[in-house]
Every structure is written in structure tokens, then in C-alpha cells.
Design a protein around this ligand. Structure first.
Ligand code: SAH
Ligand code: F3S
Length: 484
């Protein structure tokens, strides 16, 4: 299936999270929250909605009736920030007709731009970084009297572990559960360590409790979220870097990511479990064995590679080279036969040669990913690459290389999907198909989207679907009954 650039962008921004509007109930003042960027931002907006619900804020899907508009923003690429600036322009027009409206910026861009937002002639009243959401009630009070308020302090401990997110705007079937915050990896292109701070893990007990609670109220799938889930580590609250100094007892009883997967899989044995994102350098075989051991852990791994060239990977400070990555792919394919695998890739990183780009294409040929999220390099202020490397690949070269990897991925996605034709897959129904009210859509364990005529099936049900045809993006089939 030929994908135009708008569709591709949508796909990419879906992975990075489409703009999502939350809806909820309550009384009093009205809050409108819009999330941009990664799944973590979407999840954070649910935490923010929970904090503000206690302050009497009712959420609305209509910005025009809101007293407070919050944009939960993304800084990952320049374009993501431009989208937010454009949205702020629109909101400023709204504010001209409604001067009492308060506008706040949350998330990564708040952290990056800080109080400079107030100087940019944009009518932003409030700037709150990802670790400061508990302070929102105080900050809102500061706004009374027309002042501005800002809190962009990053924390080494904050995990919002005790806040029960308000599940809003979702499908009632799948939910996100945050397990780590921040990232210590310092990939040279990436702004996340600067905007989200040090990596920290959430108390496993509260993760298990949240998943159990979600199951009780009818959710059927959870995605455990973190920038780098494989380095999850809990040993009584310490930071990862201090682990070697922890007592032998603390080290022996520590909970690693594989342990957490076992704990969650056993606590909610009927619940489907996914996780994102895995980092190749931290993914242990224990994690692969945990995925293989539990029927309810989905057979799907999102494993960003970024480049197929070991020299570029080194320049990116990725912590893995081409051979190590491919060896991990081999182990995944052996330990979890049929496992769905997807990637993130960046083209046009500084100094990338045509030969190195060709190595990326050949790595893709080796792995044959089910799908991927592909970007051209975008220099981000303050990152190592921005400080020390010249962004020297011309835009048209970056775009041509990007196009080549997208074309290749299209071929692979179409091939991978075609191989499912004739098979019967277990599909968790998530909702009505966007294209046809007579069809339902859901996902297989491999994360492939499956569409089928709805008959009497309902969202939340696990249905066996025989696959009849495929495109590069979707499998189309017919229901054969409920999964046992
Ligand atoms: N570990 C994170 C990665 C966040 S960024 C996660 O949870 O997914 C998501 C993807 O954006 C990265 O894997 C990378 O492919 C891309 N990306 C990050 N910084 C970028 C930049 N400066 N230019 C282009 N793409 C970038
Ligand atoms: Fe960014 Fe690398 Fe962490 S891509 S989020 S620094 S693993």
C-alpha cells in the first residue's frame, strides 16, 4: 500500500502520540488538556487530570468553554515544537475573546523553553515541567491576580506512584501504566534526558496494584511505559547508579524488568501485557524468557535501532553496535518464535555517508521488521550532537534517505502481513473501525492491526479472526468465534 507523507506523519505522530483530548466528569471549573508526543505524555496528562480533578476541575473536549487550557508538549524534533507553537497562536486568538482563560504549557517543551515562554509574546500563563505536576494547585493559585507561574524543577524521585490516573479519552480496553520516568542513556541526538531528567523506577507494588485495579474495572490490556523499560530496577527506592553500593540483601531482592513482567503477568493472568520502549543495550535474555513464558505477555517488541552502521551508532552513543543488535534480534527470533518486531530509525545523522546509509538498508533486510517509525535527524538544542557536531547532511539528502528506508519498510510490512493470510489470530477488539461502522478493529499479540465485520462482537472481547487479506498496514479477516 502506497502511503502518502501525511499518512506517514500521522503514523509517526501516533507512535509519538497523536494530539489527544481528554474527557471526564466533575464539577466546577473546566479544564481542556491536549497531549502531543509520546505515550508517556498521554499517560502524564491522565495524572494531571487526576491532580486537578481534586481541585474541582471538570474536563471538557471543547477548548472554547474551558477556564484552563493545558498543552502537554513534545520537544523530540523541531517539527513537534512548531506544532505546539502554532496551537498556542490559535489559543491566543481564543484568549482575545475570553481574557479570563488561562493557558499552560506542560511536558518536555515546558522544561526546555522554561520561562522564556513568557518572553515570546505568546500568552502563556503557566509553565510546568514533567516532574512538577503535584505543584499545579499552588501554581494555579499564583495565577490569581494576573501573575504568571512556572515550576520546571526536575526530580530524582518523583514517579507519581500514588496517583491514580483519571482514565479519559481512551477506548476503555487498553491503558498505559507508567513504570519508569526519565532516561540516563544520553544518546547524543536526544533531548529527553534534558527534559525528563534522571531515570527512576516506580515501586513495583503500586504498578501491580494499578494493573489489578484496571482489570477490575474492565480493562483488558496494559502497556507498561518508560523511556527505557529494560533498565527498570527497584531495590527500595534508590537510583540505578547507586545500585552497586546497595547492600547485598538489597541487591539480591532487587526487582529487575524481567521480574516485574513475571509479577504483573501472574497478578492479572487474563490481562494482555505490552511494554515500551526497549533499549537494545539493556534488554536481557531474562526479559525474552519472561515474554515467552507467559501467554498474556504480547509477542511483540519495539526495539529502536536508529542506524545500521556501527560507526554512526557509536557517534550516537547508543551503547550497542550493529553486530550486538543483530545478535539480539537472533535471540529474540529463537526464544520467541514469530515475535513482532518494530523499530525507530534516524537518517542523516551528522557525517552519515552513503555507505553507512546502505548499512541501515541492509540491516532492515536482515531483520525484516513488521513496521517502524522513521525520522530524519533534527538537531535539538543542548544535546551533545548539537554542541559538538555539525548538522552537515543537506535536508534533501536526509529526506531522500528517509524515503528509501520508508519504501523498504513498506515492502517488508506488506510481506510480513501477507504471511498471516490464512492464519487464525487471537484479536483483542479495541473499537469500531474508523473506515466502516460495520467493522471492528483490534490487535493481534504481534501488534498487527486486524479489521473484521462486527457481527455481534464487542470492544474488549478476545476474538479468533481468520485472516483473508492484508495490506502493509492492516490484516482483514472474518471472526471464527471467541478465543478460549
Ligand atoms: N526511548 C524512547 C525514545 C524516545 S524518542 C522511547 O520511549 O521511545 C523516540 C524516537 O524519536 C527515537 O527512538 C528516535 O528514533 C527519534 N528521535 C529522537 N531524537 C531525535 C532527533 N533529534 N531527530 C530525529 N529523530 C529523533
Ligand atoms: Fe532518548 Fe536514547 Fe533515552 S533515544 S529517551 S536518550 S534511550
Amino acid at each position: 500500500m502506497e502511503q502518502n507523507s501525511a499518512e506517514r506523519e500521522m503514523l509517526a505522530e501516533n507512535r509519538q502520540g497523536e494530539a489527544l483530548v481528554l474527557e471526564g466528569s466533575g464539577t466546577g471549573k473546566k479544564l481542556f488538556v491536549e497531549s502531543y508526543g509520546c505515550q508517556m505524555n498521554f499517560s502524564d496528562s491522565e495524572i494531571v487530570a487526576s491532580i486537578l480533578q481534586k481541585e474541582g476541575y471538570e474536563t471538557t473536549t471543547n477548548a472554547e468553554e474551558a477556564d484552563l487550557v493545558l498543552l502537554n508538549t513534545c520537544s523530540i524534533r523541531e517539527k513537534a515544537e512548531q506544532t505546539v507553537r502554532n496551537r498556542l497562536d490559535q489559543l491566543n486568538t481564543l484568549k482575545q475573546t475570553k481574557p479570563e482563560l488561562k493557558i499552560g504549557v506542560l511536558g518536555c517543551m515546558a522544561e526546555r523553553v522554561k520561562e522564556k515562554f513568557f518572553e515570546e509574546e505568546k500568552l502563556v500563563d503557566l509553565v510546568v515541567g514533567p516532574d512538577a505536576y503535584r505543584d499545579l494547585p499552588n501554581l494555579l493559585e499564583e495565577l490569581d491576580g494576573g501573575r504568571k507561574a512556572v515550576n520546571v524543577i526536575l526530580s530524582k524521585e518523583e514517579t507519581y506512584h500514588d496517583i491514580e490516573p483519571v482514565r479519559l479519552g481512551g477506548n476503555g480496553v487498553t491503558a498505559f501504566v507508567s513504570i519508569t520516568r526519565g532516561c540516563d542513556n544520553m544518546c547524543t541526538f536526544c533531548v529527553v534526558p534534558f527534559t525528563r531528567g534522571r531515570e527512576r523506577s516506580r515501586n513495583p507494588q503500586t504498578i501491580v496494584e494499578e494493573c489489578t485495579q484496571l482489570w477490575k474495572v474492565g480493562y483488558k490490556e496494559v502497556t507498561l511505559l518508560g523511556q527505557n523499560v529494560d533498565s527498570y530496577l527497584w531495590y527500595g527506592g534508590g537510583l540505578k547508579k547507586d545500585f552497586s553500593k546497595a547492600s547485598p540483601m538489597a541487591q539480591a531482592t532487587a526487582v529487575h524488568f524481567a521480574d516485574l513482567l513475571h509479577m504483573v503477568a501472574e497478578a492479572v493472568p487474563q490481562m494482555r501485557i505490552r511494554f515500551s520502549t526497549s533499549n537494545p543495550q539493556d534488554m536481557k535474555d531474562e526479559v525474552l524468557h519472561a515474554i515467552a513464558a507467559h501467554k498474556n505477555i504480547c509477542k511483540y517488541i519495539h526495539l529502536p535501532v536508529q542506524s545500521g552502521s556501527s560507526r554512526i551508532l557509536k557517534e550516537m552513543n547508543r551503547g550497542h553496535n550493529r553486530e550486538e543488535y543483530l545478535a539480539l534480534i537472533d535471540r529474540i527470533k529463537t526464544i520467541i518464535p514469530g515475535c513482532g518486531i518494530s523499530h525507530d530509525l534516524i537518517t542523516g545523522f551528522p557525517t552519515e555517508t552513503e555507505d553507512e546509509h546502505a548499512e541501515t538498508l541492509s540491516l532492515m533486510d536482515y531483520v525484516k521488521y513488521d513496521f517502524g517509525y522513521m525520522f530524519f535527524y533534527s538537531e535539538r538544542p543542548n544535546t551533545y550532537a548539537a554542541r559538538k557536531m555539525e548538522d552537515n547532511i543537506p535536508l534533501e539528502v536526509k529526506k531522500r534517505r528517509l524515503n528509501e528506508i520508508i519504501q523498504k519498510q513498506q515492502v517488508h510490512s506488506a510481506e510480513k502481513n501477507a504471511a498471516y493470510v490464512g492464519q487464525t489470530l487471537e484479536v483483542l477488539v479495541e473499537g469500531r473501525s474508523k473506515r466502516s461502522a460495520d467493522d471492528l478493529y483490534g490487535r493481534s499479540t504481534y501488534n498487527t492491526v486486524v479489521v473484521f465485520p462486527k457481527e455481534n462482537y464487542q470492544p474488549g472481547e478476545m476474538v479468533m479472526v481468520e485472516i483473508e487479506r492484508s495490506t502493509a498496514a492492516t490484516l482483514i479477516g472474518k471472526a471464527k468465534g471467541y478465543a478460549s
